[in-house]
Design a protein around this ligand. Structure first.
Ligand code: UT7
Length: 323
């Protein structure tokens, strides 16, 4: 008997305020045309003053629980992928645990920046297949607007806020690649590249800091590393790119999404794309795209999905799952 971590529910939450590209034209020397053509982004959501990352995550988790037909106390563990926790501690995960009224189990954060959801899913899968948890709520929640330097046109136009969540449940599988649930994962990091994408604040400065990125350098690494990790994950599951029904990629830049799909020889009509509406929401982008992809009717039970993401660290990875 093989235990699989199967998706039982999915949901998301986006803050009300929608910010079109044109708003940045008054802030920095940029244009809607530049942002669209270089990144594919048309708009993004920004959290309201006073709204927290835990608030966003709690709303997404409630939606995923409702989709799963479960309540918070049916859950054994919460893992939150975030780089924008509201406080240094406690974790965003324990705040969401409280927000959901969940008084059992355990909760913790995972920090792997834009690749965070792949790392969180891998941890959740490990808890489930090792029998330490039956049901895990995996959340990506971010308020990247609070890390922006509003004078830096190379970064401030790219990011957005939001949250997405999955409920994973232990189910018996056959051990074959036809099982539903997570079939394989592949994680990577290389700290030699820590200076091309980072936030210049933290305990060492006593400030929250601002996001700094050498966009061209990150771009240079992205397509190759994403295609490689996706292929490795597929290979571990005994599958190949020809078996993929949907790529659900991290949504940083449409040119990276298209380049990765091309390298994998998967056509763009098999890719869930939300970057135009959300911008780059870091660890929230994959669960947001899964939730939107399901709502659009793109993702159907039994579909083979590969998710892939790269971000600060550099850290990158992929997860293969059958919906
Ligand atoms: O999720 C974490 C991972 N992050 C990413 O995946 C981001 C990866 N990088 C990218 O997506 C792209 O590199 C960017 C969208 C950030 C930039 O696109 P690019 O095609 O690499 O542009 P560039 O950085 O080479 O800049 C081209 C020009 C520069 O001007 P010069 O030096 O050629 O005169 C920039 O100063 O565009 C300029 N530029 C802008 N112009 C108008 C940079 N930002 C802007 C802007 N508006 N907002």
């Amino acid at each position: 008997m093989t235990i699989r971590a199967v998706v039982k529910g999915v949901g998301h939450y986006l803050p009300e305020r929608v910010v079109p590209n044109s708003e940045f034209e008054a802030l920095v020397e940029t244009s809607d045309e530049w942002i669209r053509s270089r990144s594919g982004i048309e708009r993004r959501h920004f959290a309201a003053e006073g709204q927290t990352t835990a608030d966003l995550g709690t709303r997404a988790a409630e939606a995923a629980l409702a989709d799963a037909g479960l309540s918070a106390n049916d859950i054994d563990a919460i893992i939150v992928a975030t780089s924008t926790a509201d406080l240094t501690f406690p974790s965003c995960a324990t705040m969401i645990q409280d927000g959901l009224g969940m008084t059992r189990g355990f909760a913790f954060d995972v920090q792997a920046v834009c690749a965070g959801f792949a790392f969180a899913l891998t941890n959740a899968n490990a808890l489930i297949v090792s029998g330490q948890a039956q049901r895990v709520l995996v959340i990506g929640a971010e308020i990247f607007s609070r890390l922006m330097d509003w004078t830096d046109r190379g970064t401030c136009v790219l990011f957005g806020d939001g949250a997405g969540a999955l409920v994973l449940e232990a189910q018996e599988g056959t051990g074959s690649k036809d099982d539903r649930g997570i079939l394989s994962t592949d994680l990577n990091s290389d700290g030699r590249f820590k200076q091309i994408l980072y936030v210049d604040g933290g305990t060492s400065t006593g400030t929250t800091g601002h996001l700094r990125m050498e966009g061209k350098e990150v771009f240079r690494h992205a397509i190759e590393k994403l295609a490689e990790t996706a292929h490795r994950a597929l290979d571990k599951a005994g599958l190949n790119a020809g078996d993929v029904d949907w790529i659900v990629p991290h949504q940083a830049n449409i040119r990276i999404i298209e380049g990765t799909a091309k390298k994998m020889q998967v056509s763009m009509d098999r890719v869930v794309v939300t970057v135009q509406d959300h911008g780059n929401t870091s660890a929230a982008s994959i669960p947001l795209a899964l939730s939107v992809g399901k709502a659009r009717g793109q993702l159907k039970p039994g579909d083979l999905i590969v998710t892939e993401a790269i971000g600060g660290g550099l850290a990158w990875g992929a997860v293969v799952l059958r919906w």
